[in-house]
Ligand binder design. Structure first.
Ligand SMILES: *Cc1c(COP(=O)(O)O)cnc(C)c1O
Length: 380
Protein backbone atom coordinates (compact mmCIF):
# COMPACT_ATOMS: atom_id res chain seq x y z
CA UNK A 1 0.00 0.00 0.00
CA UNK A 2 2.52 2.59 -1.08
CA UNK A 3 -0.22 5.17 -1.42
CA UNK A 4 -1.37 4.90 2.16
CA UNK A 5 1.46 6.94 3.58
CA UNK A 6 1.10 9.63 0.97
CA UNK A 7 -2.62 10.27 1.18
CA UNK A 8 -3.40 9.09 4.67
CA UNK A 9 -3.25 12.39 6.49
CA UNK A 10 -4.53 14.41 3.57
CA UNK A 11 -8.19 15.19 3.83
CA UNK A 12 -10.27 14.11 0.87
CA UNK A 13 -13.25 16.48 0.76
CA UNK A 14 -16.79 15.38 0.07
CA UNK A 15 -16.95 17.67 -2.94
CA UNK A 16 -14.87 20.29 -4.70
CA UNK A 17 -15.84 22.54 -7.62
CA UNK A 18 -13.91 22.19 -10.89
CA UNK A 19 -13.00 25.69 -12.07
CA UNK A 20 -10.57 26.06 -14.97
CA UNK A 21 -8.13 28.92 -15.45
CA UNK A 22 -10.08 30.20 -18.43
CA UNK A 23 -13.19 30.24 -16.24
CA UNK A 24 -11.35 32.36 -13.68
CA UNK A 25 -10.40 34.74 -16.46
CA UNK A 26 -13.94 34.99 -17.76
CA UNK A 27 -15.18 36.04 -14.35
CA UNK A 28 -12.37 38.56 -14.09
CA UNK A 29 -13.31 40.01 -17.48
CA UNK A 30 -16.82 40.72 -16.24
CA UNK A 31 -15.45 42.27 -13.07
CA UNK A 32 -13.36 44.61 -15.21
CA UNK A 33 -16.37 45.75 -17.25
CA UNK A 34 -17.97 47.07 -14.04
CA UNK A 35 -21.28 45.73 -15.35
CA UNK A 36 -22.00 43.38 -12.46
CA UNK A 37 -25.73 42.78 -12.59
CA UNK A 38 -28.52 42.65 -15.17
CA UNK A 39 -26.14 42.57 -18.13
CA UNK A 40 -25.45 40.29 -21.09
CA UNK A 41 -24.02 37.31 -19.18
CA UNK A 42 -27.28 36.29 -17.57
CA UNK A 43 -28.88 36.16 -21.00
CA UNK A 44 -25.98 34.12 -22.40
CA UNK A 45 -26.26 31.71 -19.51
CA UNK A 46 -30.01 31.29 -19.96
CA UNK A 47 -29.52 30.73 -23.67
CA UNK A 48 -26.91 28.04 -23.08
CA UNK A 49 -29.24 26.13 -20.75
CA UNK A 50 -32.14 26.59 -23.14
CA UNK A 51 -30.13 25.05 -25.98
CA UNK A 52 -28.75 22.26 -23.83
CA UNK A 53 -32.11 21.21 -22.41
CA UNK A 54 -33.93 22.13 -25.62
CA UNK A 55 -36.62 24.18 -23.91
CA UNK A 56 -37.84 27.68 -24.85
CA UNK A 57 -37.79 29.55 -21.53
CA UNK A 58 -35.01 29.70 -18.94
CA UNK A 59 -34.97 32.15 -16.04
CA UNK A 60 -31.74 32.48 -14.08
CA UNK A 61 -31.98 33.18 -10.34
CA UNK A 62 -29.70 33.30 -7.32
CA UNK A 63 -30.34 29.76 -6.02
CA UNK A 64 -32.18 26.53 -6.68
CA UNK A 65 -34.37 27.31 -3.68
CA UNK A 66 -35.37 30.67 -5.21
CA UNK A 67 -36.16 28.87 -8.47
CA UNK A 68 -38.46 26.42 -6.68
CA UNK A 69 -40.16 29.21 -4.76
CA UNK A 70 -40.89 31.15 -7.95
CA UNK A 71 -42.43 28.07 -9.55
CA UNK A 72 -44.71 27.58 -6.55
CA UNK A 73 -45.78 31.23 -6.79
CA UNK A 74 -46.17 31.28 -10.56
CA UNK A 75 -48.44 28.22 -10.44
CA UNK A 76 -50.62 30.13 -7.98
CA UNK A 77 -50.26 27.53 -5.23
CA UNK A 78 -51.47 28.92 -1.91
CA UNK A 79 -52.64 28.24 1.62
CA UNK A 80 -55.07 25.32 1.70
CA UNK A 81 -53.48 23.59 -1.30
CA UNK A 82 -51.57 20.33 -1.07
CA UNK A 83 -48.64 19.11 -3.12
CA UNK A 84 -47.45 15.51 -3.20
CA UNK A 85 -43.70 15.09 -2.85
CA UNK A 86 -40.88 12.96 -1.44
CA UNK A 87 -39.55 12.96 2.15
CA UNK A 88 -36.12 11.76 0.96
CA UNK A 89 -34.55 14.92 -0.45
CA UNK A 90 -32.71 18.09 0.35
CA UNK A 91 -35.04 20.16 2.51
CA UNK A 92 -35.48 22.97 -0.05
CA UNK A 93 -37.68 20.77 -2.27
CA UNK A 94 -40.30 20.79 0.46
CA UNK A 95 -39.57 24.15 2.14
CA UNK A 96 -40.47 25.95 -1.10
CA UNK A 97 -44.06 24.87 -0.43
CA UNK A 98 -44.03 26.08 3.18
CA UNK A 99 -42.94 29.51 1.94
CA UNK A 100 -46.43 29.86 0.44
CA UNK A 101 -48.18 27.95 3.26
CA UNK A 102 -48.83 25.05 0.88
CA UNK A 103 -48.92 21.64 2.60
CA UNK A 104 -46.32 19.08 1.51
CA UNK A 105 -47.95 15.65 1.49
CA UNK A 106 -45.23 13.04 1.46
CA UNK A 107 -45.33 9.59 -0.06
CA UNK A 108 -42.74 6.88 0.50
CA UNK A 109 -39.96 6.14 -1.96
CA UNK A 110 -38.85 3.36 -4.25
CA UNK A 111 -36.33 1.22 -2.33
CA UNK A 112 -34.01 0.95 -5.32
CA UNK A 113 -33.95 4.40 -6.92
CA UNK A 114 -34.78 6.33 -3.70
CA UNK A 115 -37.21 8.45 -5.75
CA UNK A 116 -40.87 9.05 -5.00
CA UNK A 117 -42.84 5.85 -5.65
CA UNK A 118 -45.55 6.62 -8.25
CA UNK A 119 -47.78 3.73 -7.13
CA UNK A 120 -48.33 5.45 -3.76
CA UNK A 121 -49.44 8.80 -5.15
CA UNK A 122 -53.09 8.23 -5.97
CA UNK A 123 -54.01 7.28 -2.40
CA UNK A 124 -52.98 10.77 -1.28
CA UNK A 125 -54.94 12.73 -3.87
CA UNK A 126 -57.96 14.68 -2.63
CA UNK A 127 -59.71 17.88 -3.79
CA UNK A 128 -56.98 20.02 -2.17
CA UNK A 129 -54.20 18.35 -4.18
CA UNK A 130 -52.87 20.69 -6.85
CA UNK A 131 -49.49 19.34 -7.94
CA UNK A 132 -46.84 16.64 -7.74
CA UNK A 133 -43.32 17.85 -6.99
CA UNK A 134 -40.81 15.25 -8.13
CA UNK A 135 -37.12 15.19 -7.16
CA UNK A 136 -34.51 13.29 -9.21
CA UNK A 137 -32.45 12.27 -6.24
CA UNK A 138 -28.66 11.97 -6.60
CA UNK A 139 -29.04 12.50 -10.37
CA UNK A 140 -31.18 9.40 -11.00
CA UNK A 141 -34.40 10.38 -12.80
CA UNK A 142 -37.68 9.53 -11.11
CA UNK A 143 -40.11 7.28 -12.98
CA UNK A 144 -41.94 10.10 -14.78
CA UNK A 145 -44.34 8.30 -17.15
CA UNK A 146 -46.71 7.01 -14.46
CA UNK A 147 -46.43 10.38 -12.71
CA UNK A 148 -47.51 12.27 -15.85
CA UNK A 149 -50.39 9.80 -16.28
CA UNK A 150 -51.65 10.35 -12.74
CA UNK A 151 -51.25 14.11 -13.09
CA UNK A 152 -53.25 14.17 -16.27
CA UNK A 153 -55.98 11.96 -14.89
CA UNK A 154 -56.45 14.19 -11.84
CA UNK A 155 -55.68 17.57 -13.41
CA UNK A 156 -52.50 18.16 -11.39
CA UNK A 157 -49.45 20.23 -12.24
CA UNK A 158 -46.02 18.57 -12.28
CA UNK A 159 -42.96 20.35 -10.89
CA UNK A 160 -39.54 18.76 -11.35
CA UNK A 161 -36.81 19.51 -8.85
CA UNK A 162 -33.94 18.54 -11.14
CA UNK A 163 -31.41 20.46 -9.01
CA UNK A 164 -29.29 17.32 -8.71
CA UNK A 165 -29.84 16.05 -12.23
CA UNK A 166 -28.76 18.38 -15.03
CA UNK A 167 -28.13 16.27 -18.12
CA UNK A 168 -29.80 13.14 -16.73
CA UNK A 169 -32.05 11.32 -19.19
CA UNK A 170 -35.27 9.34 -18.88
CA UNK A 171 -36.16 7.15 -21.88
CA UNK A 172 -33.57 9.01 -23.94
CA UNK A 173 -34.78 12.50 -23.13
CA UNK A 174 -33.24 15.06 -20.79
CA UNK A 175 -35.11 15.62 -17.54
CA UNK A 176 -36.82 18.97 -16.99
CA UNK A 177 -38.48 19.34 -20.40
CA UNK A 178 -41.92 17.86 -20.05
CA UNK A 179 -43.28 19.13 -16.76
CA UNK A 180 -45.02 22.44 -16.14
CA UNK A 181 -41.70 23.75 -14.84
CA UNK A 182 -38.39 22.42 -13.55
CA UNK A 183 -35.33 23.70 -11.69
CA UNK A 184 -31.59 23.16 -11.89
CA UNK A 185 -29.15 24.42 -9.25
CA UNK A 186 -25.53 25.50 -9.27
CA UNK A 187 -24.21 25.48 -5.69
CA UNK A 188 -20.50 24.46 -5.66
CA UNK A 189 -21.24 20.77 -5.02
CA UNK A 190 -23.52 20.46 -8.06
CA UNK A 191 -22.45 19.15 -11.48
CA UNK A 192 -21.81 22.69 -12.72
CA UNK A 193 -21.52 25.73 -10.50
CA UNK A 194 -22.10 29.48 -10.51
CA UNK A 195 -21.13 29.82 -6.83
CA UNK A 196 -24.74 30.28 -5.82
CA UNK A 197 -27.39 30.06 -8.50
CA UNK A 198 -30.28 28.26 -10.12
CA UNK A 199 -32.65 28.34 -13.07
CA UNK A 200 -36.29 27.73 -13.82
CA UNK A 201 -36.98 26.01 -17.14
CA UNK A 202 -40.43 25.84 -18.72
CA UNK A 203 -42.27 25.66 -22.02
CA UNK A 204 -45.08 27.79 -20.65
CA UNK A 205 -44.69 31.50 -21.56
CA UNK A 206 -46.99 32.61 -18.75
CA UNK A 207 -44.93 30.84 -16.07
CA UNK A 208 -41.77 32.24 -17.65
CA UNK A 209 -43.07 35.79 -17.55
CA UNK A 210 -44.20 35.52 -13.93
CA UNK A 211 -40.86 34.07 -12.82
CA UNK A 212 -38.97 36.76 -14.69
CA UNK A 213 -41.02 39.48 -13.07
CA UNK A 214 -40.88 38.02 -9.56
CA UNK A 215 -37.11 37.51 -9.57
CA UNK A 216 -36.85 41.27 -10.04
CA UNK A 217 -39.17 42.77 -7.41
CA UNK A 218 -42.34 42.02 -9.40
CA UNK A 219 -41.44 44.50 -12.10
CA UNK A 220 -43.22 44.58 -15.40
CA UNK A 221 -41.01 42.49 -17.69
CA UNK A 222 -41.45 44.82 -20.64
CA UNK A 223 -38.95 47.13 -19.09
CA UNK A 224 -40.96 49.80 -17.36
CA UNK A 225 -38.41 50.14 -14.63
CA UNK A 226 -40.61 51.31 -11.83
CA UNK A 227 -43.85 49.54 -12.58
CA UNK A 228 -44.46 46.83 -10.00
CA UNK A 229 -47.21 44.45 -11.00
CA UNK A 230 -47.05 41.91 -8.20
CA UNK A 231 -45.14 40.93 -5.09
CA UNK A 232 -41.61 40.08 -6.12
CA UNK A 233 -38.18 39.43 -4.66
CA UNK A 234 -34.57 40.12 -5.37
CA UNK A 235 -33.70 36.68 -6.70
CA UNK A 236 -31.44 37.99 -9.49
CA UNK A 237 -28.30 36.12 -10.55
CA UNK A 238 -25.33 38.49 -10.83
CA UNK A 239 -23.13 38.76 -13.91
CA UNK A 240 -19.99 37.24 -12.32
CA UNK A 241 -21.92 34.11 -11.43
CA UNK A 242 -23.60 34.00 -14.84
CA UNK A 243 -20.23 34.32 -16.61
CA UNK A 244 -18.94 31.34 -14.64
CA UNK A 245 -22.11 29.48 -15.61
CA UNK A 246 -21.65 30.22 -19.31
CA UNK A 247 -18.10 28.91 -19.20
CA UNK A 248 -19.06 25.78 -17.24
CA UNK A 249 -21.90 25.04 -19.68
CA UNK A 250 -19.39 25.13 -22.56
CA UNK A 251 -17.83 21.98 -21.16
CA UNK A 252 -20.83 20.32 -19.55
CA UNK A 253 -20.39 17.15 -21.60
CA UNK A 254 -16.78 16.87 -20.44
CA UNK A 255 -17.83 17.52 -16.83
CA UNK A 256 -20.56 14.88 -16.88
CA UNK A 257 -18.13 12.40 -18.47
CA UNK A 258 -15.52 13.05 -15.77
CA UNK A 259 -18.12 12.42 -13.08
CA UNK A 260 -19.27 9.26 -14.81
CA UNK A 261 -15.74 7.93 -14.89
CA UNK A 262 -15.23 8.64 -11.17
CA UNK A 263 -18.49 6.78 -10.48
CA UNK A 264 -17.30 3.87 -12.63
CA UNK A 265 -14.06 3.73 -10.67
CA UNK A 266 -16.04 3.40 -7.47
CA UNK A 267 -18.39 0.82 -8.99
CA UNK A 268 -15.40 -1.31 -10.00
CA UNK A 269 -13.52 -0.93 -6.73
CA UNK A 270 -16.55 -1.67 -4.58
CA UNK A 271 -18.13 -4.44 -6.65
CA UNK A 272 -18.99 -7.72 -4.95
CA UNK A 273 -18.81 -6.57 -1.35
CA UNK A 274 -21.94 -8.06 0.22
CA UNK A 275 -21.97 -5.45 3.01
CA UNK A 276 -22.21 -2.57 0.53
CA UNK A 277 -25.18 -1.73 -1.69
CA UNK A 278 -24.03 0.28 -4.69
CA UNK A 279 -26.16 2.89 -6.49
CA UNK A 280 -28.90 1.33 -8.60
CA UNK A 281 -29.31 2.52 -12.19
CA UNK A 282 -32.63 1.75 -13.87
CA UNK A 283 -32.32 0.62 -17.49
CA UNK A 284 -34.48 3.44 -18.87
CA UNK A 285 -32.27 6.20 -17.42
CA UNK A 286 -28.96 7.89 -17.98
CA UNK A 287 -27.55 9.11 -14.68
CA UNK A 288 -26.10 12.55 -14.22
CA UNK A 289 -23.83 11.70 -11.30
CA UNK A 290 -24.38 14.21 -8.48
CA UNK A 291 -22.99 12.24 -5.54
CA UNK A 292 -21.84 8.68 -4.96
CA UNK A 293 -24.04 7.20 -2.27
CA UNK A 294 -23.68 3.68 -0.91
CA UNK A 295 -25.79 1.80 1.60
CA UNK A 296 -24.50 -0.18 4.59
CA UNK A 297 -26.04 -1.86 7.63
CA UNK A 298 -27.60 0.89 9.74
CA UNK A 299 -26.04 -0.47 12.95
CA UNK A 300 -22.59 -0.14 11.46
CA UNK A 301 -22.94 3.11 9.55
CA UNK A 302 -21.77 5.41 12.33
CA UNK A 303 -18.66 3.34 13.04
CA UNK A 304 -17.78 3.11 9.35
CA UNK A 305 -18.10 6.87 8.97
CA UNK A 306 -15.98 7.52 12.06
CA UNK A 307 -13.30 5.22 10.68
CA UNK A 308 -13.29 7.00 7.32
CA UNK A 309 -13.12 10.41 9.00
CA UNK A 310 -10.10 9.26 11.02
CA UNK A 311 -8.44 8.26 7.79
CA UNK A 312 -8.92 11.72 6.32
CA UNK A 313 -11.94 10.85 4.19
CA UNK A 314 -14.93 13.13 4.39
CA UNK A 315 -18.31 11.42 4.12
CA UNK A 316 -21.84 12.17 5.20
CA UNK A 317 -25.31 10.80 5.95
CA UNK A 318 -27.40 11.67 2.91
CA UNK A 319 -30.26 12.59 3.40
CA UNK A 320 -32.04 12.79 6.74
CA UNK A 321 -35.81 12.47 6.10
CA UNK A 322 -37.55 15.82 5.75
CA UNK A 323 -40.69 14.76 7.63
CA UNK A 324 -38.60 14.00 10.72
CA UNK A 325 -37.06 17.46 10.97
CA UNK A 326 -38.31 18.89 14.26
CA UNK A 327 -40.32 21.75 12.76
CA UNK A 328 -42.05 19.44 10.26
CA UNK A 329 -43.00 17.08 13.08
CA UNK A 330 -44.36 20.00 15.02
CA UNK A 331 -46.27 21.59 12.13
CA UNK A 332 -47.76 18.47 10.58
CA UNK A 333 -47.56 15.76 13.26
CA UNK A 334 -45.27 13.56 11.21
CA UNK A 335 -43.53 10.84 13.22
CA UNK A 336 -41.07 8.00 13.01
CA UNK A 337 -42.68 5.12 11.08
CA UNK A 338 -44.72 7.28 8.67
CA UNK A 339 -42.51 6.51 5.66
CA UNK A 340 -40.63 3.34 6.61
CA UNK A 341 -38.67 2.87 3.38
CA UNK A 342 -37.34 6.42 3.30
CA UNK A 343 -36.52 6.24 7.01
CA UNK A 344 -34.65 2.95 6.69
CA UNK A 345 -32.66 4.14 3.68
CA UNK A 346 -31.79 7.43 5.32
CA UNK A 347 -30.22 5.46 8.19
CA UNK A 348 -28.14 3.34 5.81
CA UNK A 349 -26.74 5.76 3.25
CA UNK A 350 -23.27 7.26 3.15
CA UNK A 351 -22.19 9.82 0.55
CA UNK A 352 -18.53 9.25 -0.30
CA UNK A 353 -16.19 11.95 -1.65
CA UNK A 354 -17.27 12.77 -5.18
CA UNK A 355 -16.22 15.47 -7.64
CA UNK A 356 -14.98 15.91 -11.20
CA UNK A 357 -11.30 15.59 -10.38
CA UNK A 358 -11.32 12.83 -7.79
CA UNK A 359 -8.29 10.77 -8.82
CA UNK A 360 -8.43 7.04 -9.29
CA UNK A 361 -5.73 6.72 -6.58
CA UNK A 362 -8.06 8.53 -4.21
CA UNK A 363 -10.95 6.25 -5.13
CA UNK A 364 -8.60 3.28 -4.52
CA UNK A 365 -7.60 4.67 -1.15
CA UNK A 366 -11.20 5.33 -0.09
CA UNK A 367 -12.23 1.86 -1.23
CA UNK A 368 -9.38 0.19 0.65
CA UNK A 369 -10.31 2.06 3.81
CA UNK A 370 -13.96 1.23 3.41
CA UNK A 371 -13.18 -2.45 3.06
CA UNK A 372 -10.90 -2.23 6.08
CA UNK A 373 -13.69 -0.65 8.14
CA UNK A 374 -16.10 -3.39 7.13
CA UNK A 375 -13.57 -6.11 7.95
CA UNK A 376 -12.83 -4.64 11.37
CA UNK A 377 -16.52 -4.39 12.19
CA UNK A 378 -17.11 -7.99 11.16
CA UNK A 379 -14.66 -9.25 13.75
CA UNK A 380 -16.37 -7.57 16.70
C1 LIG B 1 -29.23 21.72 -4.33
C2 LIG B 1 -30.67 21.41 -4.27
C3 LIG B 1 -31.64 22.42 -4.30
C4 LIG B 1 -31.31 23.88 -4.39
O1 LIG B 1 -30.37 24.27 -3.50
P1 LIG B 1 -29.75 25.75 -3.46
O2 LIG B 1 -28.68 25.60 -2.46
O3 LIG B 1 -30.84 26.68 -3.03
O4 LIG B 1 -29.26 26.11 -4.82
C5 LIG B 1 -32.97 22.03 -4.31
N1 LIG B 1 -33.34 20.74 -4.27
C6 LIG B 1 -32.44 19.73 -4.23
C7 LIG B 1 -32.92 18.32 -4.22
C8 LIG B 1 -31.08 20.04 -4.20
O5 LIG B 1 -30.17 19.04 -4.13
Amino acid sequence: MALDGKIQKKKIPLSSPDISQSEEEKVLEVLRTRHLSQGPKIEDFEKSISEYINIPYVIGVNSGTSALHLIVRSLGLKEGDEVITTPFSFIASSNCLLMEKVKPVFVDIDPKTYNLNPSLIEDKINPKTKAILVVHIFGHPADMNPIYEIAEKHGLKVIEDACEAIGAEYHGEKVGRKSDAATFAFYPNKQITTGEGGVIVTSNPKIAELCKSMRNQGRNVNGDWLVYERLGYNYRLDELSAALGVAQMERIEEILEKRKSVAENYLNELADIPEITLPFIAKEVKMSWFTFVIKVDMDKRQKIMEFLHQEGIDCREYFPCIHLEPFYKEMFGYKEGDFPIAEKISKETIALPFHNNLKSEEVDYISVKLKEAIRLLKDV
